[in-house]
Design a protein around this ligand. Structure first.
Ligand code: PEP
Length: 266
């Protein structure tokens, strides 16, 4: 079949090059309201098949966002920003993986650097959260990343390996597949700093993560996304890297125009 070159879109080229579907996830953190949900859900995004777009609003907005997505037949998918290590019981304030799933979340961010720094989230806890999400049919977006000090001391890969180690152990022990999970590489010094990693810096760590995960079932299907000051100005160069399968976006996901601007071109 003849396909005019002009119709081979950048997004399609991404898919052919990477063999993994691109994932762009917006993390709203402690921001957003019903009006922002409505704005995102009523926007017609450039594609609903060549890449996945996930929005992670605060937990209280998940259900209304889910209803708005249905109302507007939006291609958006939903994600939670965290999950409990517990599945039920006397744990005031916690939200279980099953609850996230019931609220419409298909993804759940875990191990974000802010949760690690302010809420004592250890590598081991992150692995338990991953198992909880997988058991509830929610795909974990597992964040890893090194501090500026660790990078300066050439400890980046050692930090990443320590963060991945319990994750790999759970996946291997429970014979779980890499196709269900996403790793988010988010260097702490790049998050919210307007100082993104260069495409080459990010690619080096993504390649390391891919090699480190090679023994886990379906390793070739593992999506590794980059986060840290992604904007319209740098997303194309980052996404062009062979081991960068998408982006995790904070600040630029709070505004519909800046978010649209960083999506792969179709
Ligand atoms: C984040 O917090 O996950 C993030 C990537 O934030 P920002 O895009 O603002 O750097």
């Amino acid at each position: 079949m003849y396909v005019p070159v002009a119709l081979v879109t950048i997004a399609t080229r991404f898919w052919v090059m990477h063999m993994r579907k691109c994932l762009i996830a917006g993390n709203w953190k402690l921001n957003g309201d019903h009006a922002l949900c409505d704005q995102f859900a009523s926007t017609v995004f450039p594609t609903d098949s060549s890449f996945d777009i996930v929005i992670c609003p605060p937990a209280t907005l998940l259900q209304s966002m889910q209803q708005l997505i249905k109302k507007h037949s939006s291609c958006l998918r939903l994600g939670g920003q965290d999950v409990s290590v517990e599945s039920q019981g006397a744990f005031t304030g916690e939200i279980s993986a099953k609850m996230l799933h019931e609220a419409g979340a298909q993804y759940g961010i875990i191990g974000h650097s802010e949760r690690r720094a302010y809420f004592a989230e250890t590598n081991e806890k992150v692995a338990i959260k991953m198992a909880q999400l997988l058991a509830a049919n929610v795909s974990p977006i597992v964040c890893v990343g090194e501090s500026r000090a660790a990078r300066d001391q050439q400890q980046t890969l050692a930090v990443i390996e320590a963060q991945l180690s319990p994750i790999k152990a759970v996946l291997q022990q429970q014979a779980l597949s890499c196709s269900q999970i996403v790793i988010g590489y988010e260097p702490l010094w790049a998050v919210g700093s307007d100082q993104p990693a260069s495409p080459e810096q990010a690619q080096q760590v993504h390649q390391f993560i891919r090699e480190s995960m090679a023994d886990v079932p379906d390793a070739e299907a593992l999506r590794i996304i980059y986060g840290g000051s992604v904007t319209a100005d740098n997303s194309a160069a980052l996404l062009a890297m062979p081991d960068i399968d998408g982006a995790l976006v904070g600040g630029a996901a709070l505004n519909i125009d800046s978010f649209l601007g960083l999506l792969p071109v179709v």
